[in-house]
Structures are given as C-alpha cells and as structure tokens.
Design a protein around this ligand. Structure first.
Ligand SMILES: NC(=O)c1ccc[n+]([C@@H]2O[C@H](COP(=O)([O-])OP(=O)(O)OC[C@H]3O[C@@H](n4cnc5c(N)ncnc54)[C@H](OP(=O)(O)O)[C@@H]3O)[C@@H](O)[C@H]2O)c1
Length: 309
C-alpha cells in the first residue's frame, strides 16, 4: 500500500472542515488514468459544496476529496486506455483534486499546454470551459456583436473576455479599480469600475451579457441588454419581473469539461492567443486559507494549490 497526502471533508461546514490526511493511493479503473497531481485549481464551487450550499441537488458522500481542476503527470493508465500513457503531462478534471494522486476519466483530460507550468494549467479547466460554453453554446455569440462580461477579472471572466475577443466581438468588462488594467490587457475595449460607476448607467443595448457575479449584478446585467438580448448567468437568477419587462432571454447551465475543449484551449494558449492568470498559490496544507481567500469573491485569476514541483 502506498499512502498519499490529501485534503478530505467529513461534514458540511466552514474551511475548518478541510483536513490534511494520509490515505491509500487510488487506482485507475477502466477508462481512467491515475495522475500525480502537481497543481489543483480552487474554484468557488469547491467552497459552496463544502459549506453545504448545493447539497439539495448535489449531495456529497463523506468523506470526499474537494476540487475538480488538476494538472500533473500520468502515473498509470487503467484497463483499455490507449489515448494516454504513463509520463505524459496532462490537465483537466479530476475526481477530487486537492490530493497528491487523483483519478481522472480519459474523457475529461488532455495534454497540458506546452507553454504553461502545472500551476498555470490548473487554472484552466472549469474556468475556460464555463466561459466557452456560456458564450458560444448558450449565448450564441457571433463576430461583431457587443458583449458585457460581469466579473471579468475572475477565474471564469478572464477567459470569457479573451474568447469573446478571439471570436471578433466587442467586449465590455466589469471589475474593481485594482483589476481594470488587467481586464483591458485581456482585450476588453471598455472596462467599467463597478465600485464607482453603476454599470446600467453606462452600458446599453448589448447583444449578450455573461454574468459571473450574480446577486446585485444581475439586475444591471438585464438592464444593459437590448430588447430580445440574452443573459447567460452562471451565478444565480435575475428578478423575473425585470426579465419580463425588458423582454430578454435568460440562460443558465453547469459547465461540462471535455477532452475536446481542453485540446482547443491548449492550442489557443500555445499559439499565444489566450493567456492565463494565477491569483495566488498555497501549499496543499493551506487549503483552508485558499478557501478563505476564494470566499472573499474578489481577485485576479484563479487561486491554485501547488502540490508538487
Ligand atoms: N454554472 C457554472 O458552471 C459555473 C462554473 C464556474 C463558476 N461558476 C460561478 O461563477 C462565479 C464566478 O466564478 P469565478 O471562478 O470566476 O470566481 P472568482 O475567480 O472568485 O472571481 C470572482 C470575480 O468577480 C469579481 N467581482 C466581484 N464582485 C463584482 C461585481 N459586483 N462586479 C463585477 N465583478 C465583480 C471579482 O473582481 P474584483 O476583485 O475586481 O471585485 C473577481 O475577479 C462563482 O459564483 C462560481 O461559483 C459557475
């Protein structure tokens, strides 16, 4: 038996529920690989699950290993796996990510972008997938359209800004003052500092809004749309009356990571068309601090657990 270090959660609750433990190293089954995890992304959904906010429609079996986003090296392949081999550097969705060794389905990993470190690659899977599917599958964004990205500096928003620009759309982003230059550097033509300016006062008649903020931002998202425009929201629902009054269309969804999309992202990154941003790194033993920071709801890029060099 090989024992490994991992973070586990035994009950719903605060960050103190994240405990560093020794467990037996998992084994890759048919259609899976075992990945030596070098880095794990910390997504807001990780603390929402831990807190029990999603337990009605996504109940957890305890104990569980938190996290989804991984980057690392294949340690072993399960039965029937031909697409990958031991020693390859990969990234994608792990079945639990805050751990030294994670099992992943071959359908949710791809070769790591060559230009990136493991820490950088771990910022991509959920964030980029959510941005891509929201803009293109649900938002039907086309070249020449005007799109507002709310939460443009975040782990999802930074990809949404870049993908929308890559598509040829005109991009307006929202961020706090500290992140305005960063969002502009991603390709947004206009950046609204939401801390000093009411977004709905300065943004009108856009074709699409991608809302990665939720709460109080949602009414401004609806008001910024043209009649018949589309709001794609990944963090809550806008007031139904306002939606009706403004005659807009609302889409919400859960992102689904796939090898195909991860390959597309790797190409866009290796060709220099899309960049990534690591907000802060923490060691595995400081997963609690990482969650506390994520819960603040502010920052630039994705928080990462650096697990191995
Ligand atoms: N449905 C799905 O499949 C799905 C997938 C991924 C994420 N999500 C959800 O989407 C949300 C965003 O995720 P994330 O990973 O991007 O989070 P994140 O990395 O924590 O980023 C949050 C960003 O929101 C910005 N922000 C906060 N308040 C704002 C406001 N009023 N106006 C504009 N920007 C504001 C912050 O920028 P400042 O520091 O400048 O304030 C920060 O950059 C979370 O609620 C997450 O759970 C849903």
């Amino acid at each position: 038996m090989v024992s490994i270090q991992t973070i586990r959660v035994h009950n719903y609750g605060g960050p103190e529920q994240l405990t560093l433990e020794q467990i037996e190293r998992p084994v890759a089954r048919e259609g899976e690989v075992l990945v030596r995890v070098h880095a794990a992304g910390v997504n807001p959904v990780d603390w929402k699950i831990r807190q029990g906010f999603l337990k009605d429609f996504r109940p957890m079996q305890f104990p569980y290993i938190p996290g989804v986003d991984i980057a690392g090296v294949i340690e072993e392949v399960g039965q029937g796996v031909t697409a990958f081999q031991k020693g390859q550097a990969v990234y994608g969705q792990g079945m639990g990510a805050y751990t030294e060794y994670a099992v992943a389905s071959v359908s949710t990993i791809a070769l790591k972008p060559q230009k990136l470190s493991f820490d950088e690659a771990a910022t991509i899977p959920v964030g980029a997938t959510t941005a891509w599917q929201g803009l293109f599958d649900y938002g039907k964004l086309e070249a020449g359209q005007r799109v507002l990205i709310q939460g443009a500096a975040g782990g999802v928003g930074l990809f949404a800004v870049q993908f929308a620009r890559w598509k040829g759309a005109h991009v307006i982003g929202t961020a706090s003052r500290a992140n305005v230059d960063f969002v502009r550097s991603l390709g947004a033509e206009t950046v609204v500092d939401y801390t000093t300016t009411a977004v709905e006062q300065v943004v009108h008649d856009v074709d699409l809004v991608f809302d990665g903020v939720g709460g109080n931002a949602l009414p401004s998202s609806v008001q910024a749309l043209k009649r018949g425009g589309t709001l794609v929201t990944i963090a809550g629902q806008p007031p139904a009356e306002l939606v009706k009054e403004r005659d807009v269309h609302v889409e919400s969804f859960s992102a689904r990571v796939s090898s195909e999309l991860l390959q597309t992202f790797a190409q866009l990154i290796d060709s220099g068309e899309v960049k990534v941003a690591v907000a802060t790194t923490f060691p595995l033993s400081e997963a609690r601090q990482a969650h506390q920071l994520s819960q603040s709801g502010h920052g630039q890029g994705r928080i990462v657990l650096h697990i191995a060099d």
